[in-house]
Every structure is written in C-alpha cells, then in structure tokens.
Design a protein around this ligand. Structure first.
Ligand code: ADP
Ligand code: MG
Length: 311
C-alpha cells in the first residue's frame, strides 16, 4: 500500500468569513490576508491528511449581483453563472494561498492542488422551490423592490432577493474528486454549495437557487468516504442559548443529544442549524469525526482541544 493510501481524508468546509471579515470592506487584499489564517493550518495538516476544501461564497456572490444591478450595458448573468464565477474566483484564491504556504514548508513538490468546478443535483420538485426563503445579494429600498423581476423579502437589512435553497442530492463530480483524493491531491470543490442543477436523463440544467455549503459538504463527505469532517466558521463552536443569557459553547456532544438541541431551536436556521444537521448526519452515517470550530482553531480542533465535536 502506498503512503498516500494510508492517510485519512479530512474535509474542511470554510465559511465565507474565512475571506471576508464582517467588519471589513472586503477588498481583495483583505480577503487574501484573512485566508492565510485557515490555509496556513491546512498546509501543515496536509502532511498527515489528504485534504478536501469546500467553501462558502455569500459575500462574493452578493458583490457580483450588485455589479449586475449597476451594469446594464452588457447582458445580465443568471445566478448559476455567478456561482460558477465565485467557484473560479475563490478556488483561485485558496489554491494560490495554499500553494505559497506549502512552498514555505517546502512541501509543494509532493502535494498537488486542483480547484474543481462542481455541480450539485437538486430535485426540481423540492418544496424549497415553491417558497424561496434564502436572502441573497444587495439590499433594496421598498420602491426599488417593487420593480424587481424576482421575489423579494423584507429583512433586517432591507429588501433582498430570495431564492430557493433546495437539498443537495448528489455531487456530479464525486468520482473525479474521489480519484484525485486517492492520489493525494488537495481538492478545492463544491464552492458556494455547488452550482445547483436538475437532471433529466442525461442532461443537467442550471437553476436559480443556492445550496447550503454545509449540506453540500456532508453530501460530498459521504459520497467520497471522508474520515474527518470539519466545519470552520467565525465562532468557537455551537452554543446553547447563543447570544442570550446562559450562553454555553458545547465541547463534546453525542449526535442524539445534538439532535435534541437542534429540535429545541438552539441553532439558528441558515447559519448554525445546517452545520449541526450536517455534522450529525456525517456521524450517523459512520463518519469518524465531525467538528464545528473557528477558522483560527483548525489545528487544535483536530487535536481535540477546541471546537464542538459530535461524538
Ligand atoms: P459560515 O459563513 O461559516 O457558514 P454562518 O454565518 O452561516 O457562517 O454561521 C455562523 C454563525 O452562526 C455565527 O456567526 C453565529 O452568529 C451563528 N449562530 C447561530 N446560532 C448559533 C449557535 N447556537 N451557536 C453558535 N453560533 C450560532
Ligand atoms: Mg453559512
């Protein structure tokens, strides 16, 4: 058995905050700088684990949508194309940052990287399509919102476009990803939860929707046979009574207990709930370890001294 075959597979799902800090403007220089924090840790872990990196794209796709609103001199682009653009953009940023961190460790000779455009199949009859709930892109005034060609919801920040967030069924490129992983490639894929497509016989069609990146990541983790599933975000882990009196971050929690906390509403829909749901699912389907931690604590979370681990 070759050395690479013995390495465990670690899937790290990076939150959008790995690039854009909510308090910053989000220039490309800031995004590259922020990205070094998780990527430096991944470069070190790459010696011991075969790594798959998935990532969010919320702020980046939001910015592209804002650019669409302000430019009428070329044809507009549908959401599926914008998601594809962010996979290229963020994939490039992660790949080049990781490459330079591996070079610093003098490991780039042995490790190979690839960013993969990824589609994720959804069901056209998914109930999410009949009631879109996921706010995306820029905020509009009430007047502007009345003339938009798509559904909008009033949110705390203003009126925003809402799209369906259907459940991922399968990652179209799973075999390619598995092959690359077997050869110890570091694969960056499923960006922004993947490009949502429906399948009819042998044809895929892109749809206006966004897939939660944590749910797409667990789908990939199970299809590829990942050993460790780590979700890195901007909080130290999952908390009970989050942002309320009595807040308590969980360190180790069984899948059954996590499920009961989820049902009791401790984890917010659209942010911590899908992370918990994904982590529980991974453990229930035989995954070895599932951890939710801060992007600053990836190393320690792997060592078992930080984050929330679903046991
Ligand atoms: P990401 O881009 O990493 O997916 P999200 O914003 O979707 O980030 O999810 C992380 C956010 O979840 C945190 O910033 C926090 O505000 C929120 N959150 C909601 N409920 C909880 C909870 N119970 N424990 C911890 N964080 C929570
Ligand atoms: Mg999220």
């Amino acid at each position: 058995m070759s050395n690479s075959k013995r390495k465990k597979i670690l899937l790290v799902a990076l939150g959008g905050n790995a690039l854009i800090n909510k308090k910053e403007q989000g220039t490309i220089a800031q995004q590259f700088k922020n990205l070094r924090v998780p990527v430096r840790q991944l470069a070190r872990l790459a010696e011991q684990y075969t790594i798959i990196i998935t990532h969010g794209n919320g702020p980046q796709v939001g910015n592209l949508m804002l650019q669409q609103e302000h430019c009428k001199s070329v044809p507009g682009l549908p959401l599926e194309i914008l998601v594809a653009q962010t996979q290229g953009q963020i994939g490039y940023m992660i790949e080049s940052t990781l490459d330079s961190e591996l070079m610093k460790l003098d490991r780039h000779h042995r490790l190979h990287l690839v960013s993969l455009i990824s589609y994720v199949v959804v069901d056209e009859n998914d109930p999410a399509f009949t009631r879109p709930t996921k706010p995306i892109g820029p905020c509009f005034t009430r007047e502007q919102a009345q003339n938009l060609p798509y559904p909008v919801h009033q949110t705390a920040k203003g009126y925003r476009r809402v799209v369906a967030s259907p459940a991922p069924i399968t990652i179209v490129e799973k075999r390619e990803i598995k092959r690359l992983v077997e050869q110890d490639f570091i694969v960056i894929c499923c960006g922004g939860g993947g490009i949502p497509v429906t399948r009819e016989k042998r044809t895929f069609t892109g749809v206006d929707a966004v897939i939660d990146k944590d749910l797409a990541s667990v789908c990939l983790a199970m299809e590829v046979g990942v050993n460790i599933f780590l979700i890195a975000t901007d909080v130290p882990g999952a908390a009970l009574n989050f942002a309320k009196p009595g807040q308590r971050f969980l360190r180790k929690v069984t899948a059954a207990r996590a499920q009961s906390y989820l049902a009791a509403g401790h984890f917010e829909a659209g942010s911590m709930a899908p992370k918990m749901e994904a982590a529980i699912k991974f453990r229930q389907h035989g995954g070895e370890r599932a951890i939710i931690c801060s992007i600053t604590d990836i190393d320690s979370a792997i060592k078992g001294t930080a984050g929330t681990e679903i046991t």
